[in-house]
Design a protein around this ligand. Structure first.
Ligand code: HEC
Length: 141
């Protein structure tokens, strides 16, 4: 058997296919990761990651893991919470003032005075990144 000496063209082809393979696998890793409930999990920005931590400390008990909702509160991965219907200020309002039951039957949301402005900002970013990954974008009211 004659060993084939790699030519420049063969090397180039190998590199191009290798790069394409990596691109495809990272695409599937980032955009196709879903949780058990089918919520798509984006690769979070640094601020989104900080928001996830703050969310999991302060909001997860009612709004659920990956904002998927619980018996105590709604999911934010729901078109109702698109930025055109619930702008970012709704998050400040909810945390600072609490929320009277109006969209659902979970009861009221209490105000959460221990959550800081910086945390709210990060949480909003986290929720928006989750929403975008799940096709929820601003819709006119
Ligand atoms: C004790 C349970 C509970 C906790 C903890 C909680 N929420 Fe809520 N939240 C609710 C409920 C219940 C509603 C739905 C009220 C309705 O629309 O009927 C709600 C609604 C909201 C809304 C929508 C408000 C609107 O204008 O309709 C936002 C935004 C929100 N929560 C943000 C947060 C954030 C951010 C945190 C954490 C910092 C948090 N919530 C923690 C129970 C909770």
């Amino acid at each position: 058997m004659r060993l084939v000496k790699p030519t420049a063209t063969m090397l180039l082809v190998a590199i191009v296919f290798g790069a394409a393979g990596l691109a495809v696998s990272s695409f599937f890793k980032t955009d196709r990761a879903t949780d058990a409930g089918g919520i798509r999990l984006p690769t979070l920005s640094a601020q989104g990651s900080a928001g996830k931590v703050a969310f999991e400390t302060n909001c997860v008990a009612c709004h659920g893991i990956n904002a998927s909702g619980t018996k105590l509160g709604p999911s934010f991965v729901n078109p109702i919470y698109n930025p055109g219907h619930h702008g970012d200020s709704a998050f400040w309002h909810a945390v600072l003032q609490g929320v009277r039951q109006h969209h659902w039957h979970f009861g009221d949301m209490p105000k959460l005075p221990l959550v800081t402005d910086a945390q709210i900002k990060d949480i909003v970013r986290y929720v928006r990144e989750l929403q975008v990954a799940n096709g929820i974008v601003a819709q006119p009211q």
